[in-house]
Write a protein that binds this ligand. Structure first.
Ligand SMILES: C[S@@+](CC[C@H](N)C(=O)[O-])C[C@H]1O[C@@H](n2cnc3c(N)ncnc32)[C@H](O)[C@@H]1O
Length: 289
């Protein structure tokens, strides 16, 4: 089951007006959406998710103020136009993958179970993680692992992948790939807090879904469409995302930053929900013009 992260602060920073128009850019299991809907009287909530599986969960919400659109949030402008909405009072981004996606072995997001190396938010579009490993150059792979995973052994891992590829022995599954990575980065005698493949998996997922590019596009689209003192709230789960949120809010003259420091979950939320541990929330408000 997916437990929504930083639910109360998200609602607080969105400062929901009952008759306002809001966007949940990352519907997931709908926890944030439901909480927003509870606060609306006459307003509207438009929820997006790139994952086609979210559609069935959204269909269970029967609420006159609710619209779900299966779309990437980089297409926010198009989605709002299609809904006949010019401007909104708030947009929420709760980034990354949901517990359902991690638990669904066939999606290939996790190496806890053997699954095809896919990792696409929308499995009907674009290149899978396997396709990336099969086609990217050694240099491109090393850049992905280093820039998106801050993996010190990026070059060595990329080299071994390209060697395996030449032998026709590229790993096809999550567990085989995790083993390959562990074999390269293994540091004898060192006790690691996380599995050696964790950073490389994160890096590959970011590349497969162009997560940093779509985040920039989505945030800009959201700010463009804010009205009045509308707000954008973003919850990120790693430093690369957080940096983009922080800089986008800080550098946009139309915005006033509401969170000098990012909001982190309280100790008890972190203890109850391990996924919350790395969460950081930032919020900004449109300046009155
Ligand atoms: C952390 S979950 C959101 C959980 C949700 N807030 C809740 O309370 O249940 C992130 C969701 O965002 C979706 N997602 C990730 N990147 C996306 C993108 N670029 N566009 C649309 N949805 C995206 C994922 O498919 C996933 O369902």
């Amino acid at each position: 089951m997916h437990v929504s992260v930083l639910l109360e602060p998200s609602l607080e920073y969105l400062a929901i007006q009952p008759d306002g128009i809001y966007v949940d850019a990352t519907f997931g299991a709908g926890g944030h959406s439901l909480a927003i809907l509870e606060r609306l009287r006459g307003g509207r909530l438009i929820a997006l998710d790139a994952d086609p599986n979210a559609r069935a969960r959204a269909a269970a919400i029967e609420h006159p103020s609710f619209t779900f659109v299966h779309a990437n949030f980089s297409e926010l402008r198009r989605v709002l136009d299609a809904c006949g909405v010019e401007s909104v009072d708030g947009v929420l981004f709760d980034l990354g993958v949901s517990s359902m996606q991690l638990d669904e072995a066939t999606r290939g997001f996790s190496f806890r179970e053997r699954a095809p190396l896919d990792m696409r938010m929308n499995p009907n579009e674009g290149q899978s993680a396997y396709d990336v490993l099969a086609t990217a150059s050694e240099r491109e792979l090393a850049d992905i692992f280093f820039q998106y995973g801050e993996e010190r052994a990026a070059r060595r891992i990329a080299h071994v992948i390209v060697e395996r590829r030449a032998q026709g022995a590229l790993p096809k599954t999550t567990t085989e790939f995790a083993q390959l990575v562990a074999g390269v980065v293994h540091r004898p005698g060192k006790r690691e807090r996380t599995h050696p493949a964790t950073r490389v998996f994160q890096a590959l997922r970011i590349a497969v879904n162009d997560e940093l590019g779509v985040l920039r596009e989505g945030l800009h689209a959201a700010v463009d469409r804010l009205r009045g003192a509308g707000r954008v709230v973003a919850i990120s789960f790693h430093s690369l995302e957080d940096r983009i949120v922080k800089h986008t809010f800080r550098d946009d003259e139309r915005l006033q930053v509401l969170t000098k420091k990012p909001v982190s979950p309280a100790e008890d939320e972190m203890a109850d929900n391990p996924r919350a541990r790395s969460a950081k929330l930032r919020a900004a408000q449109r300046k009155a013009s």
